[in-house]
Design a protein around this ligand. Structure first.
Ligand code: AMP
Ligand code: GLY
Length: 436
């Protein structure tokens, strides 16, 4: 069932609710607050950054009934969904099927389409059905564990094992030793290493190449490309150590030339959007396509049904067009009528994290010096207000974005701004962009 066309008429102001609490959501709020189409702006649950430009509402992103109460209480016209959980749990459908919420626009895919992120197997089947380049794969359950072992023996090292369901970014294992790979496969399928998320496991061919992400907006029929970005996932310098949510990002990706971009658009983006329509998977939101470029040929490693964090913190500052105008066009299925303008500068962001992250770390450390930052934008992630102070409340605390003529000059600005900011045990990578 499709949502009836919105009664929102282009150029009317709206009350907006953003769901989420990280740097991504602070960036959405920062961008939307600049729009003349924005009347009142709310963020749930938000953080110290969003509280200075919007009203934070104390409700969890997966408490749909709680969200409904707030939407009705504040006459919200549009909900912008930051993280994947509410989308995979069907927030779009919840609004669609509720007579009191039916007219409220939701920016995101329907639950069926959100399976592109919610299930690796679903995504792989979608990719192969629509002839979109991706790594070869097979999937297994505990009943087919022996076939899984045999499959591992039939392919070359390294072995890529992916928990089918959402595992907070931890569900992918890349192993070089066959015995370790077998053991992990068993631990995922039989011992529920990632809970229900690893009831099924996708084993994939290892792709050796350079990664980047491309971001697409779609109304289900039409699409627009947003700038490319590259994030730095590991905690340590030189991309070493444990995986994190992301330690920094750069947009655009300097090695993406027009030849590569055309391949990405024709072989990946177009067939993805056409595939959604063919499969009757309604989608009005962002598609984040994780790519690996092998010998100049782009291949899909994953779909996310939302924006990336911290990729948002470099993509949105480069967007000149009013984001709410774009969202209205998405809701009205006329995205083709909108022109998307992008600033030519490069944007970079560097994440400041709590010492110990991504393992155990302390919270509630006071953050000082924010007011001294003049040449960069500081987006708050795991930070909150208490007694008039800004204190840490998460592992990824703040991210410092700068624009520049190229990524080196933008980085110079960001690293200079970081010198003003202090909190106990603050840690960050000093080598963002080292590989470019
Ligand atoms: P994903 O959660 O699917 O993005 O996987 C996490 C990370 O694992 C990716 O960012 C890649 O660095 C790596 N990865 C995933 N699939 C593959 C693959 N088939 N070959 C090589 N690396 C991969
Ligand atoms: N930075 C990666 C993500 O948002 O999934």
């Amino acid at each position: 069932k499709r949502r009836r066309k919105s009664l929102l008429i282009l150029n009317t102001t709206m009350n907006i609710l953003i769901l989420g609490a990280g740097g991504r959501e602070h960036t959405f709020a920062w961008k939307i607050a600049q729009s003349p189409l924005c009347n009142q702006l709310f963020v749930a649950p938000g953080n110290s950054g969003t509280s200075s430009i919007a009203t934070n509402l104390n409700v969890s992103v997966v408490n749909f009934e709680g969200i409904k109460k707030q939407v009705l209480a504040h006459d919200i016209n549009m909900v912008v969904v930051g993280p994947e959980d509410p989308l995979v749990n069907g927030i779009y459908d919840f609004f669609l099927n509720d007579p009191e919420l039916h007219q409220v626009a939701v920016i995101g895919p329907q639950k069926a389409a959100a399976q592109l992120e919610g299930s690796k197997e679903f995504a792989k089947e979608f990719l192969s059905r629509h002839g979109i380049p991706t790594a070869a794969y097979q999937s297994f359950t505990k009943d087919t564990l022996d076939q899984g072992y045999a499959f591992l023996e039939s392919v070359n090292s390294p072995y890529v094992l992916k928990a089918d369901g959402l595992a907070a970014g931890k569900g992918v294992l890349i192993l070089t030793d066959i015995n370790e790979a077998k053991q992990e496969l068993k631990s995922m399928l039989v011992d529920s290493k990632f809970g229900a998320a690893s009831t099924k496991v996708v084993i994939e061919e290892f792709l050796d190449g350079i990664e980047l992400s491309c971001f697409v907006l779609t109304d289900g029929k039409n699409y627009k490309l947003l700038p490319t970005a590259k994030d730095y996932k590991r905690i340590g310098e030189g991309d070493t150590g444990l995986n994190t949510g992301g330690m920094g990002a750069i947009s655009p990706v300097p090695f993406v030339d027009s030849v590569l971009l055309t391949k990405i658009e024709n072989r990946i983006v177009k067939p993805t959007v056409d595939g959604l329509a063919k499969d009757n998977l309604p989608y009005k939101g962002f598609i984040f396509i994780g790519l690996i470029v092998v010998d100049n040929e782009p291949m899909v490693i994953e779909y996310n049904v939302r924006m990336g964090d911290p990729e948002t913190e470099v993509v949105l500052p480069r967007l000149k067009t009013d984001l709410l105008e774009i969202f209205q066009a998405i809701d009205n299925e006329c995205l083709n009528e909108i022109e998307i303008e992008i600033y030519p500068q490069t944007a970079v962001t560097v994440m400041l994290v709590s010492g110990g992250y991504p393992e155990a770390y302390e919270k509630e450390k006071e953050i000082t010096g924010l007011e001294s930052v003049k040449e960069s934008i500081v987006f708050h992630a795991g930070a909150t207000k208490a007694d008039g102070k800004v204190i840490t409340s998460g592992g990824r605390v703040l991210t410092v974005t700068s624009l520049g003529g190229d990524f080196r000059s933008a980085l110079e600005t960001t690293y200079k701004s970081i010198e003003s900011i202090k909190f106990e045990a603050m840690n960050y990578r000093t080598d963002i962009g080292f590989d470019l």
